[in-house]
Ligand binder design. Structure first.
Ligand code: S3P
Length: 424
């Protein structure tokens, strides 16, 4: 689908309730599937990626049904051997977390994915799982993954990467085995797994950058899922760069391992205010108010990178409107997401007139630059590229046509409707 985006004349105004967090939705369905009894998940994401996790849990014998706005899970606490291949479609989180769950089962399973997922690196999970005694056959460390269920043993693993998917994979494998399994990462990545496993009664402890888990039987729970700050990010950036804007975003997850975008917006001089905070199902949630701002460039590097990794494409759009040179470093893993997001962002943003260049591990962006638009841009079948280019299109002089815009449905099917509701 070709999506045409035009320059906003009178600013963005009003409020938007941000839909459910994708990362937390994946975890909610997987973890309640492992808990014996009935769990209720409120506000489960309608994105295609979390729905891939639901399909796979069902294929593993779990009774998972939507009833109005609730996802009801009934589980015996045990998974059953699947009858066919488990298709993770575009979802890296599904593949990497399910591998940790499946490696220690008493049956074999095969995980596949679409073209993009089949090109993403799986060595990062296969290697530590193999150290635990797992047997996983792959296509040169890529999907499909042929997992032979084995009795695993606990390890202490130090990862070179700060990755919540790798961390979660190892912790989920450790949930089912005797002894203490620990995972240490260079910087803290998102900790939704740790929070939810604890909320469901697991024996799990965090100490700085290390997490330790022991064999635990999870208990069923009611879990309410907060809004996704990665989805809110498109509205945050749009509110900051579209002249005359003033918007409020409601029910946004504000877990500190995810709020790097707010810190960057503040550092750039953005008018952004967190209005009210509370805790829901173990996660911090609040409302955010954003208004159009004069922005200045900044350096983004180091420990903050895992806390804003998915927001970097739209932060690149933000930086085009900041006075000076913004440098984004240490983000080499962006090349291994749904697309090579460094190359893709630079190629497409140049087309619409941005002064942006690629480095091996990030971007150099010179602002403040008037974006011209008046062209067609590619999304590389990457939802975050599509949404970032839409936000850029809102300030382009001429119409931008975004190809394959339907890919936004991977994480945020409500995107277009919610943006239209704040365009005057
Ligand atoms: C995710 C972790 C991050 C993120 C991805 C979702 C998760 O990936 O980019 O969109 O839900 O754990 P990495 O763990 O590969 O950094």
């Amino acid at each position: 689908m070709l999506k045409f985006v035009n320059k906003i004349k009178n600013g963005l105004k009003g409020s938007v309730t941000i839909p459910a967090d994708k990362s937390i939705s994946h975890r909610a369905v997987m973890f309640t599937s492992l808990a014996k009894g009935k769990s209720v998940i409120k506000n489960f994401s309608k994105g295609q990626d979390p729905l891939s996790s639901v399909s796979i849990c069902k294929a593993l014998g779990i009774d998972a049904e939507f009833e109005n706005d609730l996802l009801i899970i009934n589980s015996t606490g045990k998974l059953a051997a699947p009858k066919g291949i488990l298709d993770c479609r575009n979802s890296g989180t599904t593949m990497r977390l399910m591998s940790g769950i499946l490696a220690g089962q008493s049956f074999n399973s095969i995980l596949t994915g679409d073209e993009s997922l089949s090109n993403r690196p799986m060595k990062r999970i296969i290697e530590p799982l193999a150290l635990m005694g797992a047997e996983i056959l792959s296509n040169d460390y890529k999907a499909p993954l042929n997992i032979h269920g084995k009795n695993l043993h606990a390890i202490n693993y130090t990862s070179k990467l700060a990755s919540a998917q790798v961390k979660s994979c190892i912790l989920l494998a450790g949930l089912n085995i005797e002894g203490k399994t620990s995972f240490t990462e260079p910087y803290i990545s998102r900790n939704h797994t740790e929070i939810m496993l604890k909320y469901m009664g697991a024996n799990i402890h965090t100490n700085n950058n290390s997490v330790t888990i022991e064999k635990s039987q999870l208990e069923p729970r009611t879990i309410e899922i907060c809004g996704d700050i990665s989805s809110a990010a498109y509205f945050i950036v749009a509110g900051l760069i579209v002249p005359n804007s003033k918007i409020i975003l409601r029910n946004v997850g504000l877990n500190p391992t995810r709020t790097g975008i707010i810190e960057v917006a503040e550092k750039m001089g953005g008018n952004i205010e967190v209005l009210d905070k509370k805790t829901v199902s173990g996660e911090i949630v609040g409302d955010i108010q954003i208004s159009y701002s004069d922005l200045k460039a900044c350096i983004i590097e180091g420990e903050i990178i895992p806390r804003l990794i998915d927001e970097l494409p739209v932060i690149a759009v933000l930086a085009t409107q900041a006075e000076g040179t913004t440098v984004i470093k240490n983000a080499q893993d962006l090349r291994h997401k749904e697309s090579d997001r460094i190359k893709a962002v630079v190629t497409e943003m140049k087309k619409i007139g941005a002064d942006i260049n690629e480095t091996p591990d990030g971007f150099v962006i010179n602002g403040k630059k008037l974006l011209t638009g008046g062209c067609e841009v590619e999304t590389y079948h990457d939802h975050r590229l599509a949404m970032s280019l839409y936000v850029a299109g809102l300030i382009c002089e001429k119409t931008v046509a975004i190809k394959d815009f339907e890919w936004v449905d991977i994480s945020f099917p409500e995107f277009d409707r919610l943006f239209n509701s704040i365009i005057l």
